[in-house]
Design a protein around this ligand. Sequence first.
Ligand code: PEP
Length: 252
Amino acid sequence: MRKPIIAGNWKMYKNLGEAIELVRQLKENLADVVSVEIVVSPPFTALAAVAAELSGTNISVAGQNMYWEEAGAFTGEVSPLMLKDAGCTHVIIGHSERRQFFGETDTTVNKKLKAALKAGLTPIVCVGETLEEREFGGTMKVVEKQIREGLEGLAPQEMEKIVIAYEPVWAIGTGKTATPQQAEEVHEAIGTIIAQTAGGVARNIRILYGGSVKPDNIDVLMSQPNIDGALVGGASLQAESFIRIVRFKNSK
Ligand code: PEP
């Protein structure tokens, strides 16, 4: 049985004071949750403070991005070791906004993935098709390429440590959610693709759905057999909605 993960991606929101206020509410209201892995991903400037506030709780902290080198003359970048030092246990890699606005490719995703694993961080690797790609029937082709190239060269034991987030680009921040059937179809296909390279360990790899997840759609999404959690953007910025999402009703 795969333990579900609910991860909040705060994107470029929340100053220090707002970040601490939000996590205080989360830790007070989610302390009893044991059956779900909870992750928050604040902006870099709030990582260390949020991690200190959450130390010893059941909520983990993720970076939203990182560079693949450990240190060096790379102005503006943050290394995997720096994320660890700030208190992160997870890192989001290859979010569609990084691919769309900052030139990330499956090749850079692959380098970052390997560097994150080497540093002992749990990577949450994002894949997903644009609206145009879906309309032209290319969803599976696009996702398969992102997975094969993004995960290239990983041993099955390494693959087991990663988390995949299927995020259709057209559903991110748009209020349009993939139907549970659309999401389930892609999740199932991703499971098959990773089983071809990772073999039996593929059944331990968690696949999250992301794209306008809200309190009113989380229960039905989580009832799909191959949806193991959610990567939540907008609805993770308010305590009330994120708490409700973490407390989804499990009807699997
Ligand atoms: C995201 O940031 O990964 C995301 C899915 O955003 P939203 O939930 O706002 O669509």
